[in-house]
Unconditional design. Sequence first.
Length: 467
Amino acid sequence: MTLSFASLGLSAARVSHLESLGYHEPTAIQAEAIPHLLSGRDLIGQAQTGTGKTAAFSLPLLEQVDSNNPQVQALVITPTRELAIQVCQAMRSYRLQGRPKVLAVYGGQAIDRQQEQLRRGSQIVVGTPGRILDLLSRGSLSLKDMAWLVLDEADEMLNMGFIQDVEKILSQAPANRQTVFFSATMAPEIRELATKFLQTPVSVTIQAPKASPKQIQQISYVVPRGWTKVRALQPILEIEDPESALIFVRTRRTASELTRQLQAAGYSVDEYHGDLSQSQRERLLIRFRQQQVRWVVATDIAARGIHVDDLTHVINFDLPDAIENYVHRIGRTGRAGKTGVAISLVTPLEKYKLKQIERQTKQPVTLVKIPTRAEIAARNLERLRSQVREAITSERLASFLPIVSQLGSEYDLHTIAAAALQMAYDHTVPAWQRSEAYSQNTDDSDRPTPMPRKKPMADRTEIIESP
Ligand code: AMP
């Protein structure tokens, strides 16, 4: 028998709302944790991102807080502002009729705005330790009615040196609260903290649906001598057509310039690095998560704030300096049972690094040639063919048949079909390479021309992003 959300004790209205979000059955951590949390037990959950842990602690909170009481009743502490925003958004999406009110508080955003929102009443607050302490000391946040406290990614709090702040918050919280810790790993410090602040907690451990390295296909393209990497990247993007990708670069300047060039070529892409303001970063993350932007060009340091890890592609425009970073980067793709693609651009001088990567990941890296113009054209036409096949079986087809009948009295059907295909092709293939895609040149040495370039790419002497 498969478990249902209803059997875990959630209300019928919530269960049907979850259905509408595509949550048909609970994940393992949800099945284990939700009944305990609804019964009021303290809990230590060992689970990583991707296991559904956010909903595991959020759903019981949403079920239990009193929306008619304007006081803060639940506090979720997260190590980063990005995670605070992400948890807040997830919670809001699980609500019924927009209740209860969930507010994210974090540094980098004007405190008076958060104070004003708190004055107007919020039942659940999600925030970073520093900002929570700040709001507590200003008297804007009161823990008087707080009945639930969640510590999310406790191990990250430890890594980032926030444990003392967390302790300060925990010691100000009412004693009769329910406390929940989630952590990917259980360091001794976390256990100690749990012993101090949790009362006879239940422990729930879920093995993350870890991407075994096999689920990440590693591909490497050697940039031909005399070519810039941007020139090499263009046909790769064209042939791979990544649905969602993080493109890693070494410096902020490369991030800006590459982004501008890709945008000029018509791609849905934006940049994420240390030169951007907090609000610019937040806006981008929201658009990336909502798939309004398909690709993000980021530096290693900045990318740590991007809690998105079910990407179809990770692209190493520049290889990282340390191999561990390579493993960390490519771990963003191929999660939760899906196959991901990790692409690296290497210069002929960097080819030796591929051996190191193979040793470290214990998986082969496939060397692939930069696709030719003819190969790209063939791929584009193949894509078009499969789109036509899909359209033929779609329900909307019937509404276009009268147009075919009308045109049929003037032209023969082949001509009409070819004209329609041409229009579809022009919509899907960027203008800058359309004419070339149709050229009959099949010479393999005939590589695509570079994308429009506004400025030369940055040289190697620029400043590397620092923490
Ligand atoms: P998390 O581990 O909380 O970051 O969640 C990972 C992803 O799984 C998020 O995109 C959730 O929206 C999704 N998710 C969580 N629970 C379920 C569920 N029961 N069914 C389907 N998707 C889920």
